[in-house]
Design a protein around this ligand. Sequence first.
Ligand SMILES: Nc1nc2c(c(=O)[nH]1)N[C@H]1C(S)=C(S)[C@@H](COP(=O)(O)O)O[C@H]1N2
Ligand SMILES: [Mo]
Length: 363
Amino acid sequence: MRVTHDGPSRVAEPGEGIGLDELALAARNHAMPLEALRYDITPAGLHYILVHYDIPYVEPDSWSLHVDGRVDRPLRFDLEALRSRPAVSLPVTIECAGNGRAHLDPRPVSQPWLTEAVGTAMWTGTPLAPLLREAGVADGAVDVVFTGLDHGVERGVEQDYQRALPVAEAMRQEALLAYEMNGAPLPPQHGFPVRLVIPGWYGMAHVKWLTRITVLSEPFSGFQNAVAYRLTREEDDPGQPVTRIRPRALMVPPGFPDFMSRTRFVTVGEHELTGRAWSGQAPVTAVEVSADGGTTWAAATLEAPAGRWAWARWRHRWTARVGRHELVVRATDATGDVQPVEQAWNRQGMANTMAQRVGVVVS
Ligand SMILES: Nc1nc2c(c(=O)[nH]1)N[C@H]1C(S)=C(S)[C@@H](COP(=O)(O)O)O[C@H]1N2
Ligand SMILES: [Mo]
């Protein structure tokens, strides 16, 4: 077996192109085509996908969910039992924390996302908090660990996919154990039969193929919390954890594309530019559009989202004049966080919200 890299994450050499290892990941894990920003709820097949290892094959009859660790009463549910509990449906926008990574220079070597690793689904499931209360979370509990059925090795560390949340996040009323996506059972690639949905957080926290929930009285030190999903600049810097989704706006590229360059061709005159904006930190307060590469900006109109955790539609009228233009869009949320036009680099390419640019030829 050739282990490509144990130890720290790798950053591409200057001028180094995307490798076959990155292509292999990109071919398995697809983004949401930007034209799908038109849908309030992303059709399941257009929603982005990110799977670290293999999609597990799960027989629903033999699946069960265990709740254990620092609880008064460990619990076990089969799918029937989980589905017979009170159900809630929530529209939730989920974005991969690595979205935008392939635009960074130097490029962090990993899943090479451009800017489309996002989707908004209607998730149906049972709230997590009442189930944790039934189990009785012990005093002094700190973290809740969610374990998936998928298993692999990452930077030399063999592991089940596991992510932890602080107890207060796990107890939020919007945290769901979801068994339906857009009104149908979860597709295999999105976590069949049950996944966690924790609105507002980047994708890595929404553990798929969930089989175990473990309450800990000390901070979880597993790979996906302690090593991956950190904001770091240096190899040996533990950095800060990646948590909530920072604001981002994306545009449906106008006109029609060139097959290879994806440059857009647009006719001269009035056009409506449209897209979506979201933030898991606080509501989006502004979307701005630039038609000159980010020199001047105009405010777009924002519509109300389908729910607090779903993206909001924005619209902007643009008068296209003959020539080449670069359209840029950026969002701001109520914390004052605004998307940068230049890159804010970190070595894993996490939570990088550099604004989208769309090259347009008007004729
Ligand atoms: N068990 C498990 N859960 C997982 C993952 C995984 O590899 N295994 N990937 C995570 C990451 S990094 C993201 S971005 C989201 C993607 O969810 P989606 O494929 O349903 O869009 O799932 C998260 N949950
Ligand atoms: Mo992700």
